[in-house]
Design a binder for this molecule. Structure first.
Ligand code: FES
Ligand SMILES: [Fe+2]
Length: 405
């Protein structure tokens, strides 16, 4: 358990707060390339800030304040032009740095007024079919080129959900190996039974030992299951919490993106073997909606979402802990050293940035950012399509979920 003061400190995301400033040192996905191909503007909320992302006719990205500097029209209605984004209300134009560069009616009387109008602007870059944003101080570090994002010899798909809870509880889950045995095992089987889908049941895995190491890209989480030894993949490789908020599984990057104190966007980026003769451009990557199940209108669990896939199970539990879970009432045990280590790592990184240094896992040398290999357990099995995990994670998620509207 921690104090109320510490709980507030660790969960804040706004600029000027210790954790908010640390989180701003990293790039986060905010859109799929295919979304802007469909429509060239998107309203985005991230780290407590309301922004609009746009692509101009030359394909350049802009990320500026969502509200016009004149009378605050939402610029998601904006019209992209070569010079920037034009407000629909009275035609003011903002360039990609947020500077007002045209004011149609005002200019007849005062040509200099526009020079005083500048909106907040941030950086946005495309990589691997996603668009990433950076809200921190300049010069910005490089967008990390994680293996799955740059390995274009796989069929890739992108899932998205908005989860009604603070970012920290979604990340502490990555540091909690034992929940896999219960939430994704015993409870999953219970949900399968309740919903009449016995075919979704899986055998239970038993944890014998867990371990955590701080390493180059964050924390490696390890486990030994019953019948396994230190030679098993799960122990030797484990998998990454890619600091500060991403999980790397064998076939998936789960990006957890702080939206505000009580909402977290999640992007599920997975790679799978191509079928014979298949080809996929970035704009063709399927975009699907991953459920974040809340209790139904009677206050009952929605078992139909909880009986087969690990992510809806995780999301339901994140929401069930409360918008910002009350860590003054938690009782951490032997299964929780990863949670404690993560909170400690946050404090170490906050001190680093306060001392004017780069925090863990930021990249500035292009030679070290060509392709960053995040080794994980069972990777071969997943990426060659030769097997399933005991929990029944399946190849290709998009066909089983609704497309994102
Ligand atoms: S509100 Fe945008 S130009 Fe008037
Ligand atoms: Fe989980």
């Amino acid at each position: 358990m921690i104090s109320q003061e510490d709980n507030e400190r660790l969960t804040q995301v706004k600029a000027g707060t210790p954790v908010g400033d640390l989180l701003r040192r990293y790039w986060y996905p905010i859109a799929a390339v295919s979304e802007l191909a469909r429509h060239p503007t998107k309203y985005v909320k991230i780290l407590g800030e309301e922004l609009v992302l746009f692509k101009d006719p030359q394909g350049r990205l802009g990320l500026i304040d969502a509200y016009c500097g004149h009378r605050r029209a939402n610029l998601v209605y904006g019209m992209p032009e070569d010079a920037g984004l034009r407000c629909p209300y009275h035609g003011w134009m903002f360039d990609r740095a947020g500077q007002c560069v045209e004011q149609p009616f005002e200019e007849t009387l005062n040509k200099c007024f526009k020079d005083k109008i500048k909106l907040t602007s941030y950086l946005a870059e495309e990589l691997g079919g996603l668009i990433f944003a950076y809200l921190g101080p300049r010069p910005a570090p490089l967008v990390p080129r994680w293996d799955l994002l740059v390995d274009n010899d796989y069929w890739r798909e992108i899932g998205y959900t908005m989860t009604a809870c603070n970012w920290l509880q979604t990340v502490e889950n990555i540091m909690d190996p034992v929940h896999v045995e219960w939430l994704h095992g015993v409870f999953r089987n219970y949900a399968a039974e309740r919903s009449g889908h016995d075919e979704f049941k899986r055998r239970r895995v038993n944890h014998q030992r867990i371990g955590f190491d701080i390493a180059e890209y964050g924390i490696i989480k390890r486990r030994i299951l019953a019948g396994e030894t230190e030679e098993s993949d799960d122990w030797k490789h484990g998998h990454w919490l890619v600091f500060p908020t991403t999980q790397k599984g064998p076939d998936m990057l789960r990006f957890r993106v702080p939206v505000d104190e009580t909402h977290t966007a999640q992007w599920y980026y997975s790679a799978h073997p191509f079928n014979e003769g298949e080809y996929q451009s970035e704009e063709q990557m399927p975009l699907y909606h991953m459920p974040s199940p809340e209790l139904d209108k009677h206050g009952q669990p929605q078992f139909q979402f909880l009986n087969n896939d690990v992510d809806p199970q995780d999301n339901a539990i994140f929401i069930s802990q409360g918008a910002i879970y009350d860590r003054t009432k938690e009782q951490l045990g032997e299964s929780d050293p990863g949670v404690v280590l993560y909170r400690h790592l946050l404090d170490i990184q906050i001190k680093l940035i306060q001392a004017g240094k780069d925090p863990l896992n930021t990249f500035r040398d292009p030679a070290k950012n060509i392709r960053i290999d995040l080794a994980t357990e069972a990777r071969e099995k997943f990426l060659t399509g030769r097997g399933e995990s005991p929990l029944g994670m399946r190849r290709r998620y998009a066909p089983r979920f609704k497309p994102l509207d």
